[in-house]
Design a binder for this molecule. Structure first.
Ligand SMILES: C[S@@+](CC[C@H](N)C(=O)[O-])C[C@H]1O[C@@H](n2cnc3c(N)ncnc32)[C@H](O)[C@@H]1O
Length: 440
């Protein structure tokens, strides 16, 4: 086996740490890559799984919505279901931490190191529109990708921010019920898939990562309500960044208890290396409910109906429900914030809840995010195409469709799942799939 790309200091340390398992571990570098995806329960149902079963090779044991796929003969990244946010391509092992965190509808969740969005979109699936997800990524370019993935998966109740943890900690003391800290790490678990990752690795970089992880975890602690839970995870094998990072965190915060700690080894499971620890904050004075009641939430200003006129015409013509609550107008951009939305003044926010669309001169233009968040039974006009039809290919390329639909904004669905907007005039459905996303 050729493991010559692995740094020698890494090999020596792994041999010391793993003892008799070291050779099995080294042999894992011979295994072929195994890829996985995770269905998005906000949009997918059993029928979606059945529809693409030819691509799938089996379930991921520790993730109810996770499936391995046939990497050689299928390309789920270009399937229409990917465009429609029916699933998210995510390594099987990376699906474990959110399962351990176990978010439930109504929870206030923070994903502190969130880009590109694997864990955030998984958390949102469990919240199922109820509760709050603050999805944060400090690197601006990565935060943009995160925001696009939140949009693609049709998530309505996420606030996407781009801040370092210290700024969030000042804004949100003892605020969140569940916090995901999928920390930036030395990435040793990725060496198998990505040999180039070895170039940035050194024993010193492991120490630097551990120092940064301690800082991030301390800020997460400050934002956790008493009784709340943190899931800390990395994709590295270094104990300094894993078990020892958690032990050191607990020694700094003795009111934190380690509930469970798991390692996924590439020589033992079908997936890459991953570490995850679930921690709980004590609540001896039973303060949890008080903290939750004191959460600062967004104060809405009533928007004049005159300003909203074109939007009101749009909803009357296009949507089944009223869509009038929790509206926020920023310039000409209209958002719908989730119930109990945090006050995010002073933070760099890329997405505040659901972006509904733009108030243009004498008309309202609905957003792509709104289309992806809607279900066919929430609109008055929809047009369905099959995922293996020429029509869906045409639509994703930006071409018009023909259909027996009344005039107006039309939700395009693929096998019944929303994928974008069209606007019908006399049977011709003009394409409103965003130019930047079109297949060329
Ligand atoms: C392992 S990745 C997160 C992957 C993500 N959770 C997912 O599942 O798609 C770690 C992320 O932390 C971000 N990061 C870097 N420094 C950070 C810091 N000081 N605080 C929070 N996040 C940071 C990185 O830019 C990177 O996007």
């Amino acid at each position: 086996m050729d493991t010559s790309f692995l740094p020698i200091d890494f090999i020596n340390r792994m041999e010391q740490d793993l003892g008799p398992d070291f050779h099995a571990f080294l042999r894992s570098y011979e295994k072929s890559k195994i890829s996985a995806l995770r269905f998005n329960p906000i949009k997918a149902d059993d029928k979606a799984i059945e529809n693409i079963k030819d691509m799938l090779t089996g379930p991921v044991k520790w993730s109810p919505n996770g499936y391995y796929y046939d990497d050689e003969n299928s390309r789920p990244g270009v399937h229409p279901y990917h465009h429609g946010g029916i699933y998210y391509i995510q390594d099987a092992s990376a699906q474990l931490p959110v399962e351990m965190l176990a978010p439930k509808p109504g929870d206030f969740c923070l994903d502190l190191c969130a880009a590109p969005g694997g864990k955030s979109t998984q958390i949102a699936g469990y919240l199922n529109g109820q509760g709050i997800l603050v999805s944060n990524e400090p690197m601006k370019n990565r935060a943009k990708i995160l925001s696009e993935n939140v949009e693609r998966l049709g998530i309505r109740n996420a606030i996407v921010t781009s801040e370092y943890p210290d700024k969030l900690a000042t804004k949100f003391p003892e605020y969140f019920d569940k916090i995901m800290v999928d920390a930036p790490c030395s990435g040793e678990g990725m060496f198998r898939k990505n040999h180039d990752a070895c170039a940035e690795w050194s024993l010193e970089s492991v120490e630097m990562c551990a120092a940064r992880q301690a800082e991030i975890l301390d800020r997460a602690y400050e934002m956790l309500v008493p009784g709340g839970r943190i899931c800390y995870s990395t994709c590295t094998f270094a104990k300094l960044e894993d078990e020892e990072a958690v032990a050191s965190f607990i020694s700094r915060h003795p009111d934190m208890t380690l509930i469970e700690e798991k390692r996924l080894w590439p020589h033992e499971v079908e997936g890459e290396g991953h570490y995850a620890a679930l921690l709980e904050k004590a609540d001896p004075e039973k303060r949890a409910e008080d903290c939750k009641a004191e959460r600062e939430t967004f104060s809405f200003k009533k928007i004049n109906d005159k300003i909203l006129n074109d939007y009101l015409i749009f909803i009357k013509d296009t949507l089944v429900d009223k869509w009038r609550d929790n509206l926020l107008l920023l310039g000409d951009l209209l958002y719908m914030l989730p119930d109990g939305c945090p006050d995010f003044e002073g933070l760099h926010v890329l997405r505040g809840g659901l972006f509904l669309g733009t108030l243009k001169k004498n008309r309202f233009e609905p957003s792509h995010a709104l289309a992806l968040a809607l279900k066919a039974d929430e609109v008055k006009r929809s047009f369905n195409v099959s995922s293996d039809s020429k029509e869906i290919e045409d639509y994703l390329k930006g071409q018009s469709l023909m259909g027996d639909v009344s005039d107006g904004w039309t939700l395009i669905t693929v096998d019944g799942y929303s994928i974008g907007w069209g606007k019908t005039v006399k049977g011709q459905i003009k394409n409103h799939y965003p130019k930047g996303l079109r297949k060329v």
